[in-house]
Write a protein that binds this ligand. Structure first.
Ligand code: BGC
Length: 501
């Protein structure tokens, strides 16, 4: 029978199937007799209030397929035979919750979606592109503008985006760490609370409690999480470890024994970059977790653990000792360029968040991993979210973006490339199987370990504190003054805790 089907017909079928898959979610409705949008909304949704959602969805569709009706007003008569797109209920509800009758353009499709982020490095860019591809499948009428500002961990990004937000010229959506980082954006003034969207999408039922708690600031959700990253990972060169019969160090004594051995072999034991000015502080944060434990570390950011603690002194001493084994050119490398040392077998170990896994994946490097020495059973967590500025020029386009970010489809496509795990916890075994062994083990660790918030990546502290913390560590790299640095850290904590009262 197949032999009888001609190739043009097969081509046509493939094209039709593709265009169905590429449509914005919803179904086609052909109007039987002259009617109104409200009557159609009443018939299809059981409620006339959905008329604007049908108008927007149909107009968006019209831009890529003119056989759909172009609707120029909510009260326009809809002629018999007209083709409309009835959006799915979740999208329609989100639209009704966020559209603004004073913004007539909300009812028309097209336009841009300006996405602000700092994802430019290997793994990051691939993950972001995967999200763009999905968005484009759902909203082919919208032109995506990838507004990145390079610089790991977003310090450069925030410095640019904040004045834009204040000046009333924000992108449609932008990257924001879950946690106290949002305080720096005065969200009540500049961002839209997303509680209603969480309710419509049911995100509060599929996101882990630890993350939901982190996402609430001043009683509201301000961002939609796309992932969970782990900051306390020790990456190691498998071939070097095999060659010298080494096993990943479980504590700092083992770590330094390995360092000695490798140094004698002419291999850089530990590699680090610091051009971003945050990478050394990232390392220090993970050392603090090892010396203070989960509760002790968490207490640093709430005032429950004094910064004068012995654990802080010890952490500084460990960092000082590590500096005796790092690549001498660390101030000329960023978190990603320094990984070339490991890719080339010239450097053995590195501490970085698991976006490094995204980088290694992109380069095809089979890297080893273990928790940072002394942090077994603890997961130093952070999450990337996207928010909706109050003055977003294309808020409805941004709404679609937030839905993609929060969707299973988006999170699977993104995280398998990015080196992070989905924020959603409702993946099936089959869906989990799409992730590599590192990420699968990470999902298990996240479910089992004690979760602590990362400071350098916006979860644990307000931004001014993060800056003071990072500056103290950068100075320490030069002075190696343990007592003086601890004093600076104590003062930074006092200032920040007073400001947070
Ligand atoms: C972000 C990651 C990013 C990393 C390096 C972190 O703060 O959460 O998504 O890959 O910085 O840029």
């Amino acid at each position: 029978m197949w032999r009888k089907v001609s190739w043009p017909i097969v081509g046509l079928i493939v094209f039709l199937l593709a265009s169905i898959a590429w449509a914005q979610a919803g179904h086609v409705y052909v109007v039987p007799s002259q009617t109104s949008l409200e009557a159609i909304a009443q018939e299809t949704f059981g409620d006339a209030k959905y008329a604007p959602a049908i108008m927007r969805a149909t107009n968006s569709k019209h831009l890529v397929d003119p056989s759909f009706l172009s609707i120029n007003s909510l009260t326009m008569g809809i002629p018999a035979g007209a083709k409309l797109l009835i959006p799915d209920r979740t999208w329609a509800e989100a639209f009704i919750a966020f559209w603004d009758p004073n913004r007539p353009e909300d009812l028309f499709g097209g336009g841009k979606l300006v996405v602000g982020s700092w994802w430019t490095a290997g793994g990051e860019a691939e993950g972001l592109n995967a999200l763009f591809e999905i968005y484009d499948e759902h909203y082919p009428d919208v032109q995506i503008v990838n507004a990145t500002i390079a610089g790991g961990a977003g310090f450069a990004f925030r410095a640019v985006i904040k004045p834009r937000l204040i000046a009333g010229n924000p992108p449609d959506t932008f990257q924001l760490h879950a946690g106290l980082e949002v305080e720096g954006y005065s969200p009540e003034t500049y961002l839209m609370p997303l509680d209603k969207l969480y309710e419509i999408e049911g995100w509060d039922k599929v996101l882990p409690k630890d993350l939901l708690d982190l996402l609430v600031y001043k009683g509201h959700y301000w961002g939609v999480p796309v992932n969970i990253h782990r900051a306390n990972v020790l990456w190691y060169d498998k071939a070097v470890f095999e060659k010298y019969s080494l096993t990943p160090p479980k504590n700092w004594d083992e770590f330094f024994t390995i360092c000695e051995k490798l140094k004698a072999e002419g291999i850089v034991p530990f590699v680090m970059g610091n051009t971003g000015g945050w990478e050394a502080a990232h390392l220090f944060e993970t050392i603090l977790i090892s010396t203070l434990g989960a509760e002790g570390y968490k207490g640093l950011w709430t005032g429950d653990t004094p910064w004068t603690s012995e654990g802080v002194t010890k952490a500084l001493e460990i960092l000082k000792k590590i500096l005796g084994y790092v690549n001498s050119d660390y101030s000329a490398h960023s978190w990603d360029t320094v990984l070339e040392y490991i890719a080339a077998g010239k450097g053995a170990m590195n501490v970085m968040g698991d976006w490094a896994m995204g980088w290694f994946l992109g380069k095809g490097v089979d890297v080893g991993w273990a928790p940072v020495p002394g942090t077994q059973g603890i997961f130093d967590a952070l999450s990337d979210t996207f928010c909706l500025p109050k003055l977003a020029p294309h808020p409805i386009n941004a709404l679609g973006w937030l839905e993609v970010c929060g969707s299973k489809e988006g999170q699977i496509a993104f995280n398998t490339r990015k080196g992070s795990i989905p924020a959603r916890t409702d993946l099936t075994a089959e869906e989990k199987a799409q992730f590599n062994p590192y990420l699968r083990s990470c999902m298990e660790d996240f479910a089992r370990d004690a979760i602590v918030p990362s400071v350098i990546h916006g979860a644990a502290a307000i931004e001014s504190w993060v800056t003071d913390f990072k500056d103290a560590i950068n100075l320490f790299l030069v002075t190696k003054d343990v007592a003086g640095t601890q004093k600076a850290l104590v003062e930074a904590a006092e200032t920040a805790l007073a400001a947070m009262k």
